[in-house]
Ligand binder design. Structure first.
Ligand code: NAD
Length: 313
């Protein structure tokens, strides 16, 4: 019999790619999403598929799903700084109440639960690269605290359900991921640079551009997530691409790859912006046999193509 996977946040960027992949893995997929930052266009191509269904629902309220469920992938949450700074209470609620409801469903159905956690649990890190054993450096009362602390709470709640209720749980600490279906205007550096370049506008760097990021292509990330889901690993696993680049170098790379005439402008660095970000993926490699395959140039070119198409509509 086919397995059934529930994806909270399934109409979002990552959730919709996971839906595609799990359908390919011969699962039935139920996406639950209130569309607060997601978009039905991301899953529009799946609506004719008899193994796919969509439920519009705010998962901070009780989640009811008919029939057996084997996997719950909990991806619902505003995820980009622009979103969670505009939706601070919703972000805290979905990380706490939403995670509670999703874990409750996992307990009821005896399903395996995978939490989409984040590298932001490391805050502005004091060790580099970041290993899972690092406890992080988060400002609880800063503007970004709403996201970081919601995810840290979600990790603790997940471990409590594992230890106290014996729910099979997995925690993925996801690092910056990019690819088709990102929103052009979600405020993250990568879509911002590409859309500015395609519109021949100056690329906006916050700070002096010496801060680093490590970008993972979405297909690689999804592969790591599925391997984690099917593994037995309970403790957090970093999933990301360790290829680190400064924001300034990345802006120059986007200028080169798009062939734009855009220049670069500099603006003030937002509060608590992490200065460095690079995953240590030793655990993912050892436990899951996973490492990213898509190099940045290939991934960025695919993403540029997607954004070019989006701009036509
Ligand atoms: P996204 O905004 O595209 O997707 C999130 C989805 O969750 C949206 O469709 C939104 O409508 C839905 N949602 C939010 N609150 C909800 C609620 N209360 N009830 C039901 N649905 C709700 O973001 P994304 O980039 O796809 O991120 C997905 C998950 O992965 C998030 O949990 C995010 O924290 C995590 N993550 C993403 C990245 C990344 O680089 N994209 C990095 C680390 C972690």
């Amino acid at each position: 019999m086919k397995k059934t996977a529930v994806i909270t946040g399934g109409a979002g960027f990552l959730g919709s790619h996971l839906a595609d992949r799990l359908l390919q893995e011969n699962c039935k997929v139920i996406c639950i999403d209130n569309l607060i930052t997601g978009n039905l266009d991301n899953i529009g191509h799946l609506f004719g598929n008899e193994d796919f269904s969509f439920i519009k629902h705010d998962i901070t309220n009780f989640i009811h799903v008919m029939g057996p469920v084997d996997y719950i992938l909990h991806f619902a949450s505003p995820a980009s700084p622009i979103d969670y700074l505009q939706l601070p209470i919703q972000t805290l609620k979905v990380g706490s109440l939403g995670t509670h409801k999703a874990l409750g469903l996992a307990k009821e159905k005896n399903a395996t639960f995978l939490l989409a956690s984040t590298s932001e649990v490391y805050g502005d890190p004091l060790i580099h690269p970041q290993t899972e054993s690092y406890w992080g450096n988060v400002n609880t009362v800063g503007p970004r605290g709403v996201y970081d602390e919601a995810k840290r709470f979600a990790e603790s709640l997940t471990m409590a359900y594992n230890r106290y209720h014996n729910v099979k749980t997995r925690i993925a600490r996801i690092f910056n991921t990019y690819g088709p279906r990102m929103r052009l205007n979600d405020g993250r550096a990568l879509p911002a640079f590409i859309s500015q370049a395609l519109n021949n506008e100056p690329l906006t760097i916050f700070g002096d551009g010496s801060q680093t990021r490590s970008f993972c292509y979405v297909d690689d990330l999804v592969d790591g997530l599925v391997r984690l889901l099917f593994s037995d690993e309970v403790y957090p696993v970093n999933i990301g691409n360790p290829a680190e680049i400064t924001i300034k170098q990345f802006a120059e790379e986007v200028i080169e790859l798009t062939g734009t005439k855009s220049s670069i402008t500099y603006m003030e660095l937002p509060e608590d912006d992490p200065k460095v970000r690079q995953p240590d993926i030793t655990r993912a490699t050892e436990i899951l046999g996973w490492s990213p395959k898509v190099d940045r140039k290939t991934g960025v070119l695919r993403t540029i193509d997607y954004f070019k198409n989006q701009l036509k509509h």
